[in-house]
Every structure is written in C-alpha cells, then in structure tokens.
Design a protein around this ligand. Structure first.
Ligand code: GLN
Length: 478
C-alpha cells in the first residue's frame, strides 16, 4: 500500500495505524536479517505512536496527513532519547537531547517512526559499506550494494519494509541509492528543508530528502518536511512547495534538456534508459533538446575539496568530551587522539586529512578558494542552460548496483558514483531520481530530473510524467 492510501484508510477509520505498523515491523523481522537496512528498530515507540494515532481517529481529532504511515530515518537524523550513531563508533551510546525538525514535523503529521537506517559513516560514501555496523545489501540481489550513503533508507523502501524514508544528500546520497534500489529519491533546494538536527557533514551542501516507492508519495513527504524553520539559519523563509498539485499537470510545452554531461561516461544500458525517458517526454508533449553544461565536469573535483574541508571542521567536535566514545589516556590531548583514532573509520579519516590540507595556510587559495570559484562558475552555467530549458534530464548514477567489495579499495571509483548528482548540490538546486526500467543485469536504473532553485513543482511535473511512462520491471532496453 502506498503512503497516500495508508493515510487515507487510517484517517477514514478503515485501517488501524497499529495494524499498519505491525505489518511493517513483521516485514522487517522477517527479512532485515538479510538486508540489514536498519541499525535500530524502535518497535515499542512505534506501537505506542500508532496507538495514539488510532485514539485520535476514534476521538474525531485530525491525525495528520501521514496518519499511521511507517517511516524509516537515516541514522544521522537526531531522535530525542533514541541512539543516533551516524554508523560511527565515535557516537556509541549517544542519545540526542532533541528531535530534528523533520522528525518533529513527521510526528506532527501522524507518521510513525519504525527505526533508524544504516548509512556510510557520517554519510561519507556511495555504497553503505563504510558503516561500523557492516554493509546493507541490495534487496533484489544480496551480493550487491544498495548505493549510499542513505543505502539503508533506500533498501528499507525497496524491500517493502516502509513506504517512506528520509535520507540526506550532500553529493547524491538520496538520489544515487534511490536509483540503485529502484525507488524515488529527492534532493530539495538547499534551504527548503530544515537541517536542524541533521548531523552535519558538509553544511553548505547537506539537504534532507524523501525516499518513496512513487513520485506521489515522495511529493507528500516533501510537503510535510519542507518549509521555513527558524532553528536553521539557512532555511528559506517560505512555505513548503505545493508539489502534489503538479503531478497531474503533464508536460505539454515543457522544455526539457537532455544534458550531455549527465549521459557521457555512463554505462550504455543506463544511457538507453535516459534516451527512452526523453522519448517518452516527447510523446507526452514536451520539447526535448540536447544541452551542454561543460562546467559540470569540474563538479567532482570541486566537491572533493569543499565537502572534506567542511567535514574536517564539522567533525572537530568529536573530541571524546561531549559525545559518545571516550578512550582514556594520560592527558586531554592524548585522550582526544586516542578517541578519534579508535572512533573514526578509514574513509572519515581520509576526508578529515583531505579537508584539513585543503584549508591549511598556503593551500587555502589554491584549493578551497578555487573550488568555491568553480562553484560560482557552475551556478552561472546552470543559469545559462535554464534560459533555454525548464528542466534538465540525465542519468542519476553511471551504473546499476555494483557488487559488494568492488569499489572499497578504489576511492576514485567510489567517488565517481556521484558524478551525475554532485552538480545539483554545488549549485543548491533540486533534483529527483525516478526509477525507469532496468539495466542489462536486470537491476533498476534511475533517471534524474534537475530544476532551478525553488522550482520543485516543475521538477515533479516532469518526474510524474516519466514515472507514468516507465517500462515494467524486467522489460528490455531496446
Ligand atoms: N558519495 C558522496 C560522498 O561520499 C556523497 C555523500 C552524500 O551525499 N552524503 O561524499
């Protein structure tokens, strides 16, 4: 059942929230031993939240637009009194004293949190293999990765454990796992969704976004979590975009640019699906052209200076004093070193070293400042493209889901997984990944729609049209 159908049935008193939640918990109990989407299942809390929803319905009180809908949260979203680990040893035992704004809004909307999902440590990675708790497996092929870093959230939706989940997207971490698992994934405009209570990775790039089985459910979830929040100084002072209203608008007259840089270098079976999606948009009345945004080619390099630089600063707070793990040593400095040495995994250490180097005196201008100038060039290039087209279309990820272990010893190959998603983060623009058939290996392919800042409605208009035209799973690429 979709989130929309569940909420409708619960609100109408046709189904109990408790019954829905029990089904979700049973599905998790049955199969998550294999998939390992969850780091923590909060069964007791979920049952009492569901009972409260049912009581509201019985009393004639409004239980909210997502009444009784089970939702999974990436474990870098703060949940009051409930462990939040970021899949890192350094946060072992830490319980946040507050809920993230998105969590508060979900609860207020009647959604029921069933657990916290696995991720790459501090959201650094593209496969969910960089987790101190071990990898999540792809629900359709357990020998493969689900993508990352929100791999647990994507797998939880793809496995049918929950209809909705939240992830975070700094360079593609919602959209790339969504593509690999065959779910919808959204990276909203920077500032559209509050980051209050999202454990910071790279603050100028981080956004929280929905994962769902359909474009409509993703739109419903976005409307609940978006909108101004005074607790986040980068939150945009406007209401949530009304995206559900644009789903049935169609694409007649919409100008769509198939972006060269988002298809070049991607696998032929993925390119074929992007082309097929473009053809479907033509059939639906859109004007489809080819567009080039050459500055996108510098995106990956700029990202791998900016993101580690911000991470090295954000992660300085894990000093063994304020959060989680402490490894005792002879004095404070030695304790800091011992704690960070034991608490962080190898990828996080690599990012801290890269970032510290890029920010150090004498290198700042050559690296960090230069990367920021590339970011400005990219934004200007996007603006020129958006004079010609309303949205851009391309691949979400260069390949389908890859085998577990294939890219762990090759950071560059892993980093390349996000080459198509990173430009939107650098620009602060919204983007969505929509499942569109499968690759030659029978695994899901996602196509990506990119839009200018705050043009989520237009983006959802195109995404809904692509979803309507999507080939049935398992049909060939020709
Ligand atoms: N894979 C990218 C990285 O490792 C993006 C991660 C993200 O979006 N959180 O930095």
């Amino acid at each position: 059942m979709s989130a929309r159908e569940i909420a409708r049935a619960v609100r109408a008193g046709e189904r109990s929230a408790r019954g829905v939640v029990e089904e979700s918990l049973a599905a998790i109990a049955e199969r998550d031993g294999e998939v390992h989407a969850f780091l923590l299942v909060t069964g007791d809390e979920a049952r009492s939240a569901a009972d409260a929803i049912d009581a509201a319905v019985a009393d004639g009180r409004d239980p909210g637009p997502l009444a009784g809908v089970p939702v999974a949260l990436k474990d870098n979203l703060c949940t009051k009194g409930i462990p939040t680990t970021c899949a890192s040893r350094i946060l072992e035992g830490w319980r946040p004293p507050y809920d993230a704004t998105v969590v508060t809004r979900l609860r207020r909307a009647g959604a029921v949190v069933v657990g916290k999902t696995n991720l790459d440590e501090f959201a650094m990675g593209s496969s969910t293999e960089n987790s101190c708790a071990g990898p999540t497996r792809h629900p359709a092929d357990p020998s493969r990765v689900p993508g990352g870093s929100s791999g647990g959230s994507a797998a939880a939706v793809a496995a049918g454990f929950v209809p909705l989940a939240l992830g975070s997207d700094t360079g593609g971490s919602v959209r790339q796992p969504a593509a690999l698992c065959g779910t919808v994934g959204v990276k909203p405009t920077y500032g559209a969704v509050s980051r209050y209570g999202l454990v910071a990775f790279a603050s100028s790039l981080d956004q929280i976004g929905p994962l769902a089985a359909s474009v409509e459910d993703a739109a419903l979830l976005l409307e609940v979590i978006a909108g101004h929040d005074p607790l986040d100084s980068t939150s945009i002072a406007q209401a949530a975009p009304e995206v559900t209203a644009s789903l049935d608008v169609g694409v007649a007259g919409l100008r769509v640019g198939v972006c060269d840089e988002l298809v070049e270098g991607t696998a032929p079976d993925v390119v074929a699906r992007v082309q097929q999606a473009a053809d479907a948009l033509v059939d639906a009345g859109a004007h489809v052209t080819r567009v080039s945004v050459p500055e996108m080619r510098y995106g990956l390099s700029a990202y791998y200076l900016i993101a580690p630089a911000e991470a090295s600063s954000n992660l300085a707070r894990y000093d063994g004093v304020r959060y989680g793990l402490r490894v005792p040593a002879s004095d404070v400095a030695a304790m800091n070193v011992a704690t960070r040495t034991a608490g962080f995994g190898p990828e996080v250490k690599r990012r801290i070293m890269l970032g510290t180097y890029a920010l150090s005196a004498g290198y700042y201008d050559a690296y960090y400042a230069k990367a920021q100038r590339v970011r400005t060039l990219l934004i200007e290039a996007f603006s020129r493209a958006y004079e010609q087209v309303d949205v851009l279309l391309g691949a979400t990820a260069p390949t389908t889901a890859f085998p577990i272990g294939e890219r762990v010893d090759d950071p560059m190959a892993m980093y390349m997984s996000d080459v198509c998603t990173i430009p939107s983060n650098l620009a602060g623009h919204p983007a969505i990944s929509v499942p569109f058939g499968t690759g030659d290996d029978g695994l899901p392919v996602g196509v990506q729609v990119l839009a200018p800042a705050l043009e989520e409605a237009r983006m959802f208009q195109a995404a809904a049209a692509i979803e309507r035209a999507a080939p049935a799973p398992g049909s060939g690429t020709k």
